[in-house]
Design a protein around this ligand. Sequence first.
Ligand code: AMP
Length: 543
Amino acid sequence: MDGLIMDYQLTIPAILRRAASLYAEKEIVTQRPDKSLHRYQYADMVSRARRLALALRKLGLTDGDRVGTLAWNHYQHLEAYFGIPCAGGVLHTLNLRLHEDDLAYIASHAEDRFVLVDETLWDLFEKFRDRVAWNKVIWIPTRGGAAPEGTIDYEELLASVDESDFEEPDLDERQAAAMCYTSGTTGRPKGVLYSHRAMALHSLGTCLSDSLAVSESDTVLPVVPMFHANAWGLPYAAALVGSKQVFPGPHLDPSSLLDLLASERVTLTAGVPTIWLGMLQILDEHPKRYDLSALRAMVVGGSAAPRAMIEGFWQRHGLRIVHAWGMTELCPLGTISTLPSKLRDAPPAEQFSRMAKQGPPVPFVEVRGRNEQGLIPWDGKTVGELEVRGVWVASAYYNRPDAQDSFTDDGWFRTGDIVAIEPDGCVHLQDRAKDVIKSGGEWISSVALENALMGHPAVAEAAVIPVAHPKWDERPLAVVVLKDGQSASADELIEHLRPHFAKWWLPDTVEFVEQIPKTSAGKFLKTALREQFRDYFTGGTGS
Ligand code: AMP
């Protein structure tokens, strides 16, 4: 017997309808390339997104057509976030930090027919423009420049249609609304195709109080780029509940971000740890310079949040880090490390060590771990590969039958992350499967060593990599960037680790570098370090 409940379609247009009718006057702020601020209201955003949808249809977009975007975080990108799915198209955010060969591959593999290009990224676009069979190129004049030959000016395009002609498409919630390619460091990037339903439910999941608790009273600033897993879904969640939104444009350096967080009274912000590490250094140097009293949470994900960073923000600046784990394949939210009620009165050390773990899964996402013996017990000790399933988890990669081994026969997604799971379901990530160090047949967690190293006051950034070793198969090597004006020797750093780890876990040595190479998503690019130090223990010191 079926229930007698409406078959209401969970779609992006439904989020837009709600924003239009309830939050018309709420504000959306963008920092332009010249740092001046553009302000308008949700009513303007909705109107322009609908005109974009109409205009794209007039240009020949048909259901399911992919529309690329190559843009920073700003209001026009937000309009594309809504306008493209409202036209029945698929928003395909292109990662502007990738090499042009990868961009050409990704846009061609996705078969993008249209593309919206930020004026400030035109030079990058020109490097791969001719390698993709675009039907139409739309130029977003973020600096007010004139559209180049053969392109359509975004503003003229919006002006060419009348919003009253907009009719909502008859969408099925299972249709694709957006796609994003993984920023994997090995192999070709793989496309994840998000349905309207997954994105609508993910938005709701983001707003739950034990999740990120996004609400009407929030001012949300996603530092995480809109080309990285839809800025972790925050623009959609914010529109669903009517939060004020603030976009930093191309200015992602810590001091510009701190200025904007303070001046716009931001309450919730989100990004990868490297961003916050830089901010913490500035705050430590100038503890009184910025008024961040409105800021209730800084969401950190994409890589493990070092415990020392969580502690530093809280103890020295009263700022709360919310540590979350996610993946492009999960829209991206998987687990969130909010403090459970049983730890509310626990000693701070216990609270911080919990917050440095990745946390239990959000509702409608399930987790389990597997090693050679089968599914691992939830004892917080046994480690295995994390598998997930849930309402916004990918079921396959787009057009990649060769990547089917990422999914188990019983329908779970294999994450490639090595974890232990605590009795209460809190996931504790030990490593990416490919980064784990195998020494004498045992595993060493590079993440645990890195986080401990980043707890040393002189260390700005630390990456620990496996290096081939004639006796032990692999041994850990620490690669460290020191803070400006600080010093520490390799021995001193190893002594700093000694009380916390088994002797055989300790890195054999520490190499000091000027900077650690980063991936397009701002994570440590360990493949580059591994290449650089490949022969360290077997034949010289590498390059
Ligand atoms: P991406 O798809 O680019 O978002 O990368 C997903 C990967 O980032 C995951 O599989 C993890 O290896 C890593 N990751 C994401 N969040 C965390 C976290 N909180 N702690 C540790 N690793 C993380």
